[in-house]
Design a protein around this ligand. Sequence first.
Ligand code: SF4
Length: 387
Amino acid sequence: MTSKVFYGSPRQARLEAKETLPAKLDLIINELHLRDRVKDETVAIKMHTGNNMVYSTIHPVFVRRVVQAVKDGGGKPFVVDVNWDAAGAEQRGYASEVIGCPVYPAAGPDEKYFYSHERPYKSIKNWKVAGLIQDSSFMINFAHIKGHPSCGFGGAFKNIALGCLAGETRSAMHDVMHFDQYWFPEKCPDESVRQAMIAVCPFEALVDDKKHPGQLHLHMEQCNQCGRCLKIAPPGSLKIDSVNFHSFQEAVATAADVVLSTFAPGKVTHMALATHMTPVCDCFGFTSMPILPDAGVFGSDDIVAIDQAVLDITGQTRLIEENLPTSLEVHTREGHPFRWLHGPHKDPYVALEYGEKLGLGSRAYELVDVLPVEKVERSSMQYIAAS
Ligand code: SF4
């Protein structure tokens, strides 16, 4: 089945407000019939509000439009994020006076308000869904698009998979990357070789295992799978294998499935803003230079289709390599630019492919441009006259 993804391009024909991204978000809100769907609903707007010095998350101008649409439709909106991002969100402009509704920590201020769902996946036995998410009757999943060091890309899946679970489950999702054994110490009896493997990694991804002295630990987030360590590792002693990296992406899809299962059919919609896309997640506490050109605004009722569309469109653009921090490197140029940056095992498509297998949506989509860019004759710029 083909799903619709509504799309607003960042390009304009004219220098007019009605052709800007906030105006195109309004058109997407109309296409999603948001106002007609939220009467008397308790509406959680899941965002990533960043923390500390982040300024690349979704600008309050966009949030205000979504909040107002929910209010116009008779719904009760509130923004939710994890506790350490919700606390201090007003410092980044997410104050009720600005966006029109309060910002709450989804699982409470101490992350202790949640509902457990049994669903074994590797080392994860149950999933703790944030209380305010499960208590709400409608959810708007409003994602800011960016790179991510664990799964290559943060979009609609990641926004709810990490952001709608309590801290204990978020930690377990990162730990699941270590479930499949990758270090086989009996194949590397020479300590000097083990130390050389640690030393050769330029990203400090390979370290001494704090819990098991004399053993290796791989920080998957920091590893871009360059293969330098494998060149000196004794045969069979170390695996840099997709199964470990893909475990995180499969956990992301599974978490999204669990979260979405708490809503009645038709009670969740997804929006995404692909502007100022940074190499890593908004939770890092800072904003670095954009690494992809702005790609627009998206909306769909299908979480698989919206992430697929976002990746397809951003994949047609170029990695702005001059904006990369010098501590990062590009060692592959195959596939999506986020994959160039974070390595082949962090292919950003993996989570949504797994989500499709779980029955969460369709990778086949129809892209509906809500305001196609017109070709216009050149004309003089319309300045606002000084009063
Ligand atoms: S593959 Fe490269 S980045 Fe990963 S641990 Fe080995 S040396 Fe470090």
